[in-house]
Design a binder for this molecule. Structure first.
Ligand SMILES: *Cc1c(COP(=O)(O)O)cnc(C)c1O
Length: 393
């Protein structure tokens, strides 16, 4: 029988992102039982390290078994009950997904919208809170569909003023941008393993503040999902250790190794690396005469939305990158379909090597379509040379 083998792609799309060999080795370790004392130790270390990466003291901080969307669903359905109100900010695909989930809980969502490519306006959020006095304010920190970073400053004060819990999607920011759960007063925050944490997809780290836990305890109705009911899941991850579902053992090994790598690098160094590589990439793109979708100041470091120039075939360029260089980048979604490329520089993928590779490959692929522009590689290289001088490196 032939060995199972897939080619090694350079994953520079909206996720999954490249995975370190150390994590692949962790994945291939022998299985332990889900109640083996050694596995319980692994679970304990994961919880300690997740609190560090979320920058929180929250006791209830665990990985949900499932991808980022499972974390999104768990965060909303545990704090909302039928008849509750929720304000959901929508500036891309993932805000729309939150809105959909809120409706399915039997709660009543109110949308605060922004044009795709722009952050949501705080005054509009306040108006909606004032009018509806909701149980929850939900917002996406890093909108992977548009490349927008939403500023979280002041949101918890607003939510508190109107009696709402603040729920934040940090799927594409955790491990790449500061999320700072406690400092930002976030009540429920979830992420995914396959973006800036540089792990395969399969787990969704989540954290609940004491206020959010009290809300769960005070529920009048059972959570509609048996699988994502935190009051049961926390018994397995807490001191009871009672069986709820079989933890995905190997994925938890992978997450532990990924979190150790984050600790070894240090959160601040990791954020600085994401910022520098983003800045070099944007410099290169602009030197090519191309433009970014998002205005400076609201750009994600982990996901770069580049406007596709007039006359260039989106699909043809992405196929060229995949076939000639084995590089994956993302296309646009919804209203941005055919209008932007989404270049992810996430986790282990956020490197100088990948920035230079992506800029060169995009230049070549444009040329193959007869689109002439200067190369941005030298301009990007200069950003690094300046950066290294500035830090004395
Ligand atoms: C990727 C992503 C999700 C969904 O995660 P899945 O792992 O695809 O389920 C949710 N929110 C944001 C902002 C994302 O980028």
């Amino acid at each position: 029988m032939k060995d199972f083998q897939v080619p090694k792609r350079v994953l520079l799309g909206p996720g999954p992102s490249p995975v370190d060999d150390r994590i692949l080795r962790a994945l291939s370790q022998p299985l332990l039982g889900h109640l083996d004392p050694l596995f319980l130790e692994i679970m304990d270390e994961i919880q300690v390290l997740l609190r560090k990466v979320f920058e929180t003291k929250n006791r209830l901080t665990i990985p949900i078994s499932g991808t980022g969307s499972a974390g999104m669903e768990a965060s909303l359905i545990n704090v909302l009950e039928p008849g509750d109100k929720a304000v959901v900010c929508i500036h891309g695909v993932f805000g729309e997904r939150m809105f959909d989930i809120v409706g399915r809980t039997g709660a009543e969502p109110t949308a605060v919208r922004a044009e795709w490519g722009r952050p949501v306006d705080v005054n509009q959020i306040e108006d909606a809170l004032k009018q509806t006095r909701p149980r929850v304010l939900a917002i996406v920190h890093a909108e992977t569909s548009t490349g927008v970073l939403q500023n979280l400053k002041g949101l918890s004060e607003l939510a508190n003023r109107y009696g709402a819990l603040l729920v934040v999607d940090a799927v594409t920011s955790l491990g790449g941008h500061p999320v700072s759960v406690d400092a930002n007063g976030i009540d429920v925050c979830y992420s995914g393993t396959q973006k800036c944490l540089a792990c395969p997809p399969g787990l969704s780290p989540i954290t609940f503040s004491d206020r959010a836990v009290e809300r769960i305890r005070a529920r009048g109705h059972k959570v509609q999902s048996w699988y994502l009911d935190m009051s049961m899941i926390e018994k397995y991850w807490g001191s009871d250790r009672s069986y709820h579902h079989t933890a995905p053992i190997s994925m938890n090994y992978a997450l532990l190794e990924a979190l150790r790598i984050v600790q070894e690098e240090g959160l601040e160094a990791r954020w600085a690396r994401h910022e520098l590589n983003h800045r070099a990439f944007v410099t290169g793109i602009e030197a090519m005469g191309l433009s970014m979708l998002v205005a400076p100041g609201s750009r994600l470091w982990s996901l770069n939305a580049v406007s596709i120039p007039e006359g260039v075939d989106d699909q043809k360029l992405r196929t060229h990158l995949l076939e000639h260089q084995s590089i994956e980048i993302g296309g646009g979604l919804g209203p941005l379909k055919g209008k932007v490329w989404r270049v992810g520089l996430m986790g282990a993928g956020s490197t100088r090597e990948n920035v230079v590779l992506a800029l060169g490959a995009i230049h070549d692929a444009l040329k193959a379509q007869g689109y002439d522009c200067p190369s941005g590689v030298a301009n990007a290289e200069r950003v690094y040379d300046r950066g290294e001088q500035a830090t004395g490196g």
